[in-house]
Design a protein around this ligand. Structure first.
Ligand SMILES: [Zn+2]
Length: 107
């Protein structure tokens, strides 16, 4: 049985809508207030790791202008912003909450 972290499909007015807990093991998806504060830094880091090499490659290997590369990077950043943000939250809770593959649902 799957129990997704986020409520799908993505609602643009409420992109970070999450289930309150795991449907299988009842693990809270917000263990404490502000739990996902650190996910912002993960999101920032992921965006840099994805977009910086791309822009450097475009400018130095494919002779794009800096402005052209910036325009593409801003466009891609905006396009994938919510997906990266959601992925960062998933990464964050997976870093901080241990996954127990032997968990058996009781009762
Ligand atoms: Zn669970």
């Amino acid at each position: 049985m799957s129990s997704p972290l986020f409520i799908e499909p993505l609602d643009l007015k409420n992109p970070l809508n999450m289930h309150s807990q795991c449907g299988h093991c009842k693990q809270s998806f917000e263990p404490e207030p502000g739990f996902y504060y650190g996910a912002m830094f993960v999101s920032y880091t992921l965006s840099i790791l994805l977009l910086l090499p791309l822009s450097l490659a475009l400018v130095f290997m494919f002779d794009w202008t800096v402005n052209g590369a910036m325009a593409l990077v801003i466009f891609l950043g905006a396009l994938f912003f919510l997906r990266i943000l959601r992925f960062s939250r998933a990464l964050w809770i997976n870093l901080l909450v241990k996954y127990d593959s032997n968990y058996k649902k009781s009762s």
